[in-house]
Write a protein that binds this ligand. Structure first.
Ligand code: UT7
Length: 351
C-alpha cells in the first residue's frame, strides 16, 4: 500500500507587500532584494482577522473539497509551522476546532521542522498510511511570519525574505501500482541550530548562550523567566540568520538529498517531471536546478510572488502547479527542502 495525494489546496492573504513598501521601514531596496533573492513581493495576513491556523483552515477546506471528503472524514491532522498561534497548544488542535472536527477519534500532531516541516510531515503521514493506521490524513503547512519579524534596519536581511500563507494536502492509501509517495529522506544536524533561529522567548534560561546576554536573574531566584526586559530592550525577540552559511549549506544538501531519493528508488534525474523546491531563495533553487540539469519547465518557482513561506512554501507551490495543470497523472514529482535546525529532506511522488 502507498500514500497518494488525494486533494490539494493553498491560501495566501490578499495583502500584497512590495519591496518598496518594506524600504519605507528599513534600509533596503527593490533592487537589492530582487538581485539577492528573486523576491518581488510577498503577502501579509491581516492582523486580528487571520492567523496561522485560519490560513491553514482555508487551505485545508480547498484540499478536502478537492479530495471529495468532509472534515469529519479526517482521522489525523499534521500541522507544520514555526509561527504557531500559541506557544502551546499547537495549531493542530486549533485547526481541528476551526474545521469543526469535533470527534475525539481524530488525532493532531504538530511538526516543528521549519522549512522542512512539510516534507517531514509527509514522511510521518506516509508511515501511518502504509501501516493502515489512518485513511484520511490532513497535512498542513502554514506560516504567519509577519507577526514576528523585525522591521528595523537590524532585521532587514531576514525580514525581506519571509511571507505569510498556507498549503494543505489530504493523504489517502492507494493500491494502484506505481502511484503515490515512492520514498522520503529526512536528515538533520543541530551543530548550527542558532544560525537560523528565533531563540526567545524560550525556556533555555541562558543555557546555550549565557545568562548575561538575556538578562536572566541569578539561579537561586525561584521560578523561571520566559521573557526578560533585556530581551525587549536589546531587540532579542526576532529571528536571526547567518545567511551565507545557510546558503552555502543549502546548495550542498539539496542535491545530496535529492540524489539519495533517486538512488533509493532506482530512478535518475532525467525521470523527474516536476521539481518543487522549498522556496528559500530563487538563487538557491536556480543553483540546484543547474546541478540537476533540469529545464525551466520542470521547476516550480513562485518565491517571486510570495517570498519564503517556510513550512507552507512546498504545499503552496505544489498546489499552484497542480491547479495550473502543470502536474499530470503519472508525473514523477520531486520535493526537497532545507532550513533551520539545520533540517533537510526530500520526497519522490508518482502523481
Ligand atoms: O528558508 C530558510 C532558509 N534561508 C535561506 O535559505 C537564506 C539563505 N541565505 C540567503 O538567502 C542570503 O544569504 C541572504 C539573502 C539572506 C543575504 O544575501 P547575501 O548575498 O548572502 O548578503 P550578505 O548577508 O552577505 O550581505 C551583503 C550586504 C551586507 O552589507 P555589507 O556588510 O556588505 O555592507 C548586508 O548588511 O548586504 C547587506 N544587506 C542588505 N542590504 C539591503 C543585508 N540585508 C539587506 C537588505 N537590503 N535587506
Amino acid at each position: 500500500m502507498r500514500t497518494k495525494i488525494a486533494g490539494i489546496g493553498h491560501y495566501v492573504p490578499d495583502n500584497v507587500i512590495t519591496n518598496d513598501y518594506l524600504a519605507q521601514y528599513m534600509d533596503t531596496s527593490d533592487e537589492w532584494i530582487q538581485e539577492r533573492t528573486g523576491i518581488k513581493e510577498r503577502r501579509y495576513a491581516t492582523k486580528h482577522k487571520e492567523s496561522t491556523t485560519s490560513m491553514g483552515a482555508e487551505a485545508a477546506r480547498i484540499a478536502m473539497k478537492n479530495a471529495g471528503i468532509k472534515a469529519e472524514d479526517i482521522d489525523f491532522i499534521i500541522f507544520a509551522t514555526l509561527s504557531p498561534d500559541y506557544y502551546f497548544p499547537g495549531c493542530g488542535v486549533l485547526l481541528q476546532r476551526e474545521l469543526g472536527i469535533t470527534s475525539s477519534e481524530a488525532g493532531a500532531l504538530d511538526i516543528r521542522n521549519q522549512c522542512s516541516g512539510f516534507v517531514y510531515g509527509l514522511s510521518v503521514a506516509d508511515q501511518f498510511i502504509k501501516t493502515g493506521m489512518y485513511k484520511n490524513i490532513l497535512l498542513v503547512g502554514a506560516e504567519m511570519h509577519s507577526m514576528g519579524l523585525d522591521f528595523s534596519d537590524e532585521g532587514r536581511s531576514v525580514t525581506v525574505i519571509f511571507g505569510d500563507g498556507a498549503g494543505a494536502v489530504v493523504l489517502q492509501p492507494t493500491e494502484k501500482e506505481d502511484q503515490g509517495v515512492l520514498t522520503t529522506c529526512l536528515h538533520s544536524d543541530g551543530t548550527h541550530a542558532e544560525e537560523l533561529a528565533m531563540i526567545n522567548p524560550g525556556s533555555h534560561g541562558g543555557y546555550h548562550l549565557g545568562t548575561e546576554k538575556y538578562g536572566y536573574p541569578d539561579p537561586d531566584t525561584p521560578g523561571g523567566v520566559f521573557i526578560t526586559q533585556k530581551m525587549v530592550d536589546d531587540n532579542l525577540l526576532a529571528p536571526n540568520m547567518t545567511g551565507q552559511l545557510v546558503f552555502k549549506t543549502a546548495v550542498v544538501k539539496f542535491p545530496e538529498v535529492i540524489n539519495e531519493a533517486l538512488q533509493k528508488t532506482g530512478l535518475s534525474k532525467a525521470d523527474i517531471d516536476i521539481f518543487v523546491p522549498h522556496q528559500a531563495n530563487l538563487r538557491i533553487s536556480q543553483f540546484v536546478q543547474r546541478t540537476l540539469g533540469l529545464p525551466d519547465e520542470k521547476v516550480v518557482n513562485n518565491i517571486q510572488k510570495y517570498g519564503n513561506t517556510t513550512a507552507a512554501s512546498i504545499p503552496i507551490a505544489l498546489s499552484e502547479a497542480w491547479h495550473d495543470g502543470r502536474i499530470k497523472d503519472g508525473d514523477l514529482v520531486c520535493l526537497a527542502a532545507f532550513g533551520s535546525g539545520f533540517t533537510w529532506g526530500s520526497a519522490l511522488i508518482r502523481w
